[in-house]
Design a protein around this ligand. Structure first.
Ligand code: AMP
Ligand code: GLY
Length: 454
């Protein structure tokens, strides 16, 4: 069998999880990554210093390493058209082209798409002048008011304004102050929805959509969902709120309609499409689309994949996803993110990490590196989110316990992590009133091999 050289673009825990899984494939030859990180390098992937948004640099690198497949993981290069540039040079790729990546790159585009094709989402209006936006918010007079920058804003472009003053300030900062540059020249003001959130990543080749195991992110910095929004402080999979009934409803009303809508617009989506969902009292609705694997969702989803990620990526590229059977391990997975004290605001870099072996791993967990670098044989912190400590278990509570057991073995100055990753999911599991139907809960427990000890 011919082995394939693979180049992965990106540098976080998500990219580490993708690389780990690709390395398990018998077809995987050499793995290259740019920019990569300390843990990715320790796993044997050769890392380069070409930036993740440097399209010309990445095309040149793909030629140099003779890449048989290039996986573009982060949002910005996808939205900028890195896949188009690579395909124009004859490379096989994983990730959507620019025309499809706009589903994440512009909230105005994605909201208009959902409206046009009847895909359930929060009601909204679009504004490019602050006077009209403020007048609209005042007229609505319901809080929290949700204000979103149109374009990419490093995950910080959503403001949940608790009162009129906050809403007015957010609108002025975004439209008049260009808080996120051109990304916030236009804003979406939308209805506030309530309900548990579910992340569903899905493989799609534009014809078939195959959802992966569901997951739950923990976005706030501190326990009990307090503190600032972050890139994600931990995840669990599967998400107990994503019952088989909810999954069926999502497939019928959201997933397939989205794939069909993108085709109808001449923007066929090929890659991993991320559905950020809220299970509202009126059924599941789309909060956001991402045009890529989620971070840190990928760190719990891919370890649960009982199969060959490289084969799946090639099937997506060749439009034969329908022919592939994708299996998932039973049980559950938990990822606890260890961050630098101060994150998501300012934090130091270059602190020594101890407790891990020479490959930056532990034998009782999978350690996905996010902000680390190797320097003179030492592993140092190099970012806000430093490590994703990940364990599978036969059920969610085992996975949570194992992950925290592993976290306690790892040290760096002022390490910060949430102590309650998985608690919301565990409560939902053991409180049947959280489910609409008792049957949902029973199905969920059976499907996931979970037994409640009496
Ligand atoms: P986004 O970047 O679009 O995922 O939004 C970030 C977070 O803001 C989401 O994970 C939700 O918790 C919250 N959010 C976004 N839109 C809404 C909405 N319409 N109603 C309530 N919460 C929302
Ligand atoms: N975890 C949310 C995201 O990847 O955008």
């Amino acid at each position: 069998m011919d082995k394939m050289n693979i180049l992965v673009i990106g540098s976080g825990g998500r990219e580490h999880a993708i690389i780990r899984k690709l390395m398990q494939s018998p077809k995987c030859g050499k793995i290259y990554c740019t920019p990569g990180n300390g843990g990715i390098a320790a796993d044997g992937a050769e890392c380069f210093s070409v930036g993740a948004t440097d399209i010309d640099g990445v095309v040149k690198l793909a030629k140099e390493v003779k890449a048989d497949l290039v996986v573009v993981a982060p949002d910005d290069p996808l939205v900028l058209g890195m896949v188009d540039a690579l395909q124009a040079e004859g490379f096989k790729t994983f990730g959507p082209k620019k025309a499809a990546a706009i589903i994440e790159g512009s909230k105005v585009f994605s909201k208009n798409l959902m409206k046009k094709y009847g895909i359930p989402t929060a009601a909204y209006e679009v504004f490019d002048n602050s006077k009209d936006a403020i007048a609209y918010v005042k007229k609505q007079n319901t809080y929290p008011a949700v204000i979103k920058a149109d374009g990419l804003a490093l995950g910080k472009g959503v403001i949940l304004a608790q009162n009129e003053a906050e809403a007015v300030e957010a609108i002025k900062e975004m439209i008049d102050g260009r808080k996120f540059g051109d990304s916030s020249a236009t804003v979406v003001v939308e209805e506030y929805l309530t309900g548990p959130e579910v992340s569903v990543l899905a493989f799609t080749d534009g014809k078939t959509v195959k959802p992966m195991i569901s997951s739950m992110d923990h976005k706030r910095a501190y326990d009990n969902d307090e503190g600032l929004n972050t890139g994600g402080m931990g995840t669990v999979a599967p998400n107990p709120y994503y019952t088989s009934d909810v999954a069926a409803e999502c497939m019928e009303k959201i997933f397939m309609p989205t794939i069909n809508a993108m085709n109808a617009e001449g923007r066929t989506f090929e890659g991993c499409l991320y559905f950020g969902l809220m299970i509202t009292p009126k059924g599941p609705k789309v909060i956001e689309y991402n045009c890529r694997f989620g971070d840190p969702e990928t760190q719990v989803v891919l370890p649960m994949l009982d199969g060959d990620l490289l084969e799946i990526m090639l099937a997506v590229y060749d439009h034969r996803l329908a022919d592939i059977d994708i299996k998932w391990h039973v049980g559950a997975c938990t990822c606890v993110v260890m961050a630098s004290g101060g994150y998501p605001l300012s934090y130091p870099k270059g602190l020594e990490i101890t407790g891990l072996d020479e490959k930056g791993q532990l034998d009782c967990a999978e350690i996905f590196h996010a902000g680390t670098k190797l320097s003179e044989g030492k592993l140092l912190t190099n970012g806000g989110r430093v490590l994703g400590v990940t364990c599978r278990g036969s059920n969610l509570s085992d996975a949570v316990n194992s992950a925290y057991h592993a976290v306690k073995k790892i040290h760096f100055e002022n390490a910060h992590y949430r102590k309650d990753i998985g608690q919301k999911a565990l409560k939902a599991l053991f409180d049947p009133s959280q489910f609409d139907y008792k049957q949902d809960l029973e199905d969920y427990l059976e499907e996931n091999g979970i037994y409640i000890r009496q």
